[in-house]
Design a protein. Structure first.
Length: 247
């Protein structure tokens, strides 16, 4: 089976469309959306509708912190520009879209794989995987061999043996990483719609379960159009500016 993992789309229609077009050329069997479909970008309705259609065709989609905030209109703990985007997004979404988001699971288990937006030890706390310590906390909280998450907007891949701390592997786009079976693995996806690793191209990955191999990809998209929509919607200008530099 070949599974595509997409996370942190954040209402970015152009990035989502570009990634799906790229992924569909890779002989896929399933899409998994790891949360934060909305927030920041100017096309939340389109993104939710497109993911809803994917769910009807067998995709898995999880709840992210921005999804939960946008569905409920709650902005506690967010900075000013994120709060402004959440308030705007909340009013753009209709009741059905809000309900769809809130009904998405926090995590999902699929054979030897765990899917979660943030991390495994406390999914509702929305903690970040930023180093080997936080990776170890997540890896030891699950019995699944492979964990796939988003939330951080930076692609990372950790592996851990039972008696050692996790080791960080920085994935190279287009080069498959063999997921050696005697280790546990934690794959942080990066972001489709808001990359923050100094690379503005949309990020996603594909797992080949037969070859036991994970490949990360970067996909260019029409950032100018996305940024123009953010400006036209009256959203904070920083949300458009940061797309061009991937920060």
């Amino acid at each position: 089976m070949r599974i595509a993992f997409l996370s942190d789309i954040h209402g970015n229609r152009e990035a989502l469309d570009a990634v799906i077009r790229h992924a569909e050329r890779q002989s896929l069997d399933r899409f998994v959306f790891l949360g934060d479909l909305v927030g920041y970008g100017a096309d939340p309705v389109y993104v939710v509708d497109r993911v809803a259609r994917a769910i009807e065709n067998g995709a898995v989609s999880l709840l992210g912190n921005h999804d939960a905030a946008a569905a409920t209109g709650t902005i506690e703990g967010m900075n000013d520009y994120a709060s402004a985007a959440i308030e705007w997004t909340h009013h753009e979404l209709d009741d059905d879209s809000r309900a769809l988001l809130l009904n998405m699971p926090m995590s999902a288990v699929d054979e030897d794989r765990l899917y979660v937006h943030s991390e495994a030890s406390s999914p509702r706390s929305w903690q970040y995987i930023t180093d080997s310590g936080s990776a170890e906390r997540s890896l030891r909280a699950t019995t699944q061999r492979l964990t796939f998450c988003g939330h951080v907007h930076k692609p990372q891949l950790y592996h851990m043996t039972p008696m050692k701390s996790p080791v960080l592997f920085v994935p190279q786009p287009g080069i498959g990483a063999p997921l050696v079976g005697n280790r546990k693995w934690l794959a942080v996806q990066g972001a489709v719609g808001q990359p923050r690793d100094h690379n503005p191209a949309a990020a996603y990955s594909i797992l080949d379960t037969i070859r036991n191999e994970l490949t990360y990809f970067r996909v260019p998209y029409d950032i100018e159009t996305t940024a123009a929509k953010i400006h036209a919607a009256g959203l904070p200008k920083i949300l458009a500016a940061r797309l061009f530099i991937g920060r």
